[in-house]
Design a protein around this ligand. Structure first.
Ligand code: FRU
Length: 488
């Protein structure tokens, strides 16, 4: 495995010529995705600034150009009209000022009349590597040219150096703008700082720390927090770090949410109960970001990084890493968040495969399974004799579903646990599974649970096995992201 010096990781990208060859090599990888957003070169992590403006969806990602390493971060810009086909637009925010000299870190977007405002964390480091976080803004004029504004405010001295990931929220009832920022208290507890202003680009002041009764000691840093209002509920979404949760192996990075009520007057989020719900039951999901649905206030659209901090992936050897999940429609049902694939994705369906005649699994496909009851044993990427593969099992007596990736040839991040189980008290009725070149997203019972995972099947892992009383439909899917090289 390559070891990186600090100079290599934090090298500034001066021209796209410097990575043209790296891109050409990346493109030849067998694991390049066909309909998931992935980095042009190097590493992708969090989705940022997801917003609909003037007929166009904008979605950015945290990008380190040089290889599969967390180094100097840029905001890379992609756009779509339908949330299915995506176009590369090039770099949008460069870490080129004193305030963001070691990275333009994660943040969010606010649609304005003629422009989009982007809010991000300027990750500044002094010569002695002391970190200082600045909350910065960019005006994306006509959805295109980016103009940096003077930083909105600097680090808050009452918290540790871990302060980042501003989420902008406008509250029409008070006419106020809020920035919700992930932070760590001096006692090393994860929390959320809230800033307020009457104007989106000036007048910002610290309003206080978000009170979340019952969650005062829940991980040591909360990354990527956000407060969404969906179907009349307030939802606090965040990534508590360095915390172990039952059923999640040794993993210490989670992305989840609390359902409850947000009082912007007292800055208190009162959860409905003491349950922290995991957003995604798979192995690879983090830093989810939501965009408001322009047509329906009861819904939002969520996208996440299909990866985890401090984890390595098989494509690291090929010098690239990471992709985003599919955008999902988010609603509240039975006091839970429901995530469903967007209807628009049906447009990608191509040839229908009849499993009566073949057990070869196309490498890029969608599978729909309707269960008639009882146990299910579904294996994707099984070997020629039908053994092994990615095992998806439903046990009807226990009423639980398990996804196990320990029987694939390429195993990775094994210490995070190789199997994940989720109870299904009402049984299993329906699965929709989206398979791309190196990922599988499993939507259970119309969005009741989602499992998102990276998988890296090798040559002879290409069969599908279905044991159980179910009807299965399978479609090839066509390409929706271009592997075109656009940086500047
Ligand atoms: C989460 C995170 C954020 C930070 C960004 C840096 O994955 O660590 O807190 O802004 O990634 O790339």
């Amino acid at each position: 495995m390559k070891t990186w010096t600090k100079e290599e990781r934090y090298r500034v990208l001066k021209s796209e010529e410097e990575i043209r060859e790296l891109h050409a090599r990346t493109e030849t990888s067998d694991y390049r995705q066909h309909y998931h957003i992935q980095p042009v070169t190097g590493l992708l992590n969090d989705p940022n600034g997801f917003v609909f403006h003037d007929g166009v969806w904008h979605l950015f990602y945290q990008w380190c150009p040089w290889g599969a390493v967390h180094g100097l971060k840029y905001w890379y810009h992609t756009v779509s009209r339908d949330l299915v086909t995506w176009k590369n637009m090039g770099v949008c925010i460069r870490p080129d000022t004193e305030y963001d000299n070691k990275g333009a870190y994660s943040g969010s977007a606010l649609p304005m009349k003629d422009s989009v405002l982007l809010y991000y964390t300027g990750n500044h480091r002094d010569e002695d590597w002391t970190r200082k976080s600045y909350t910065c803004a960019v005006d994306l004029m006509d959805g295109g040219t980016a103009r940096k504004l003077p930083p909105l405010f600097g680090p808050n001295p009452d918290y540790t150096e871990h302060q980042r990931d501003p989420k902008i929220i406008y509250r029409p009832e008070s006419g106020k703008y809020y920035l919700v920022i992930g932070a760590q208290t001096r006692m090393k507890k994860g929390c959320v700082m809230i800033y307020v202003s009457e104007q989106p680009t000036e007048g910002w002041r610290f309003a206080g720390q978000l009170k979340v009764p019952g969650f005062e000691d829940f991980g040591d840093m909360w990354e990527c927090p956000s407060i969404e209002t969906i179907s009349g509920y307030d939802v606090l979404i965040f990534c508590p770090q360095h915390l172990k949760l039952p059923g999640r192996g040794d993993s210490v990075h989670h992305n989840g949410y609390l359902l409850g009520h947000m009082d912007w007057g007292t800055l208190t989020f009162t959860p409905d109960n003491t349950r922290f719900h995991v957003l995604d039951f798979g192995f690879d999901s983090y830093a989810a970001e939501c965009a408001a649905n322009p047509n329906d206030r009861n819904k939002a659209t969520l996208v996440a990084w299909m990866g985890l901090p401090d984890a390595s992936y098989p494509t690291d050897e090929e010098d690239w890493s990471g992709c985003l999940t599919l955008p999902r429609e988010l609603r509240v049902r039975d006091r839970r968040l429901i995530q469903q694939p967007l209807d628009e994705l049906r447009a990608l369906r191509g040839r229908k495969i009849d499993l009566e005649y073949t057990d070869l699994l196309p490498r890029v496909c969608e599978l729909e399974l309707i269960s008639r009851g009882g146990d299910l044993d579904l294996r994707l990427f099984a070997k020629d004799d039908g053994a092994d593969g990615l095992c998806i099992e439903y046990n009807d007596a226990k009423r639980e579903i398990t996804v196990d990736r320990s029987r694939l040839t390429r195993r990775f991040n094994t210490e995070q646990g190789e199997s994940r189980t989720r109870p299904l008290p009402k049984g299993l009725s329906h699965l929709r599974i989206f398979i791309d070149k190196s990922s599988v997203e499993i939507f259970v019972n119309d969005g009741d649970a989602v499992f998102s995972s990276r998988v890296f099947p090798v040559e002879r892992e290409e069969r599908i096995v279905v044991n159980g009383d179910a009807s299965v439909h399978l479609w090839e899917l066509s390409r929706a992201v271009e592997d075109d090289f656009k940086v500047e």
